[in-house]
Design a protein around this ligand. Structure first.
Ligand SMILES: *[C@@H]1O[C@H](CO)[C@@H](O)[C@H](O)[C@H]1NC(C)=O
Ligand SMILES: *[C@@H]1O[C@H](CO)[C@@H](O)[C@H](O)[C@H]1NC(C)=O
Ligand SMILES: *[C@@H]1O[C@H](CO)[C@@H](O)[C@H](O)[C@H]1NC(C)=O
Length: 351
């Protein structure tokens, strides 16, 4: 399929794949007119199902979606049910049309175009797609709508997975200058993405930082004792600190720019420290998978399912369970102040 044609097909499908099939309660008043979502598989609501290519990651088979009310069928979400984008959207709007919200998020995408290139909609392209959506609205609707809308971004984990894989292939650990160069390109490209969206009319940014990527079952299983890869976690934490400074520095330069930085890293570490308190019995294994830690095989129709999906932090070897995603969205929306900087998603929506 020619790229142009693919892109047009994609814009259509993205509208259909708009965030959250959840019917909002009549009692919930919308706090923002629309939500636009950019990022990776933690926020993808099915876009990759429309991309050509056999290496594109797709959650289009059971047991994905097994807990979705009504259907129990896979929708492309990398979850047993809804994902973080759904739960954030659920707090505020009726997602049914381009002027109510669209998700451009794509599994496998990173901050860098080079991450898993050719197998997802890269972040820079997601911004181009949003530009097409904006054009479709027309200038009057757009100027009225976009500055009040919520822009949800979550990306970076895939860049860290790709970086770690590349280092392992070269059989060497990253030097300080490798890391500095990597951070530099992540930060400059994330900054460019945010600034670009701002120029297109976005003002309210909810940005989810990179979690402890060294603790996902797929990484843990590489260690004989199932321990987290501390080096990968430190790398992600270093980036998160730099992202915090980046946003603080960007704010005064962009009039009207408001943001909430959600601390996925801190929240996940706190959850790992005391999983039982939150009702989790497993914090190191995939609920759906096979082999050691459920992480030696994909989540497919022949995989093993854990007995109680709500009691696992991880759904598959990389992605959170629906319940983890729900708790994350709740924490970012109006949870303890330590999980958001400088304001929470609720305050951002009302700002
Ligand atoms: C970084 O951003 C620039 C400008 O948008 C883009 O041309 C480039 O491809 C990006 N680089 C990577 C590695 O994503
Ligand atoms: C990688 O390095 C280790 C330790 O130096 C060595 O034992 C191993 O053979 C190397 N592997 C490859 C593929 O070069
Ligand atoms: C496995 O994890 C332990 C505990 O963090 C660590 O000491 C050890 O070096 C790790 N092994 C490998 C092969 O990375």
């Amino acid at each position: 399929m020619a790229y142009e044609v693919a892109m047009k097909a994609l814009v259509l499908s993205l509208v259909l794949g708009a965030v959250a099939g959840i019917r909002p309660s009549k009692l919930v008043r919308r706090q923002v007119p629309a939500i636009y979502v950019f990022g990776d598989s933690t926020l993808d609501v099915g876009n990759n199902n429309y991309l050509p290519g056999k290496d594109v990651p797709r959650a289009d088979k059971p047991y994905y979606g097994i807990d979705l009310p009504g259907s129990g069928k896979p929708t492309g979400r990398f979850s047993n049910g809804y994902n973080t984008a759904d739960f954030v959207a659920r707090k505020k709007l009726i997602p049914s049309a381009i002027n109510r919200g669209v998700s451009y998020a794509s599994a496998g995408a990173g901050i860098l175009d080079s991450t898993n290139a050719g197998k997802n909609i890269p972040l820079s392209q997601q911004v181009r797609l949003f530009e097409l959506t904006k054009a479709e609205m027309g200038p009057r609707v757009a100027s009225n709508l976009l500055s009040r809308s919520f822009f949800l971004l979550g990306a970076g984990s895939n860049d860290f997975f790709a970086f770690a894989t590349a280092q392992a292939k070269r059989n060497k650990t990253a030097t300080q200058s490798d890391v500095a160069a990597f951070y530099g390109s992540l930060l400059s490209n994330y900054s460019a993405t945010i600034t670009e969206l701002y120029k297109l009319g976005a003002r309210k940014f909810g940005i989810i930082n990179v979690g402890p990527v060294g603790c996902v079952p797929r990484v843990r299983v590489l260690n004989a004792t199932g321990a987290c890869a501390d080096g990968m976690n430190q790398l992600a934490a270093g980036f998160d600190a730099a992202l915090k400074s980046l946003l603080a520095g960007l704010a005064p330069k962009l009039p009207g720019f408001t943001y909430s930085l959600a601390d996925s890293f801190g929240l996940t570490q706190d959850t790992f420290a005391n999983p039982l308190a939150l009702g989790f019995v497993s914090s190191d294994s995939a609920c759906c998978g096979s082999g050691r830690l459920g992480a030696q095989g994909e989540c497919t129709p022949t995989a093993t399912l854990c007995p109680d999906r709500d009691r696992y932090i991880f759904w598959d070897s990389v992605h959170p369970s629906q319940r983890s995603a729900m708790l994350g969205a709740k924490a970012y929306y109006d949870g303890p102040a330590r999980y958001t900087t400088p304001i929470n998603f609720k305050q951002l929506a009302r700002a």
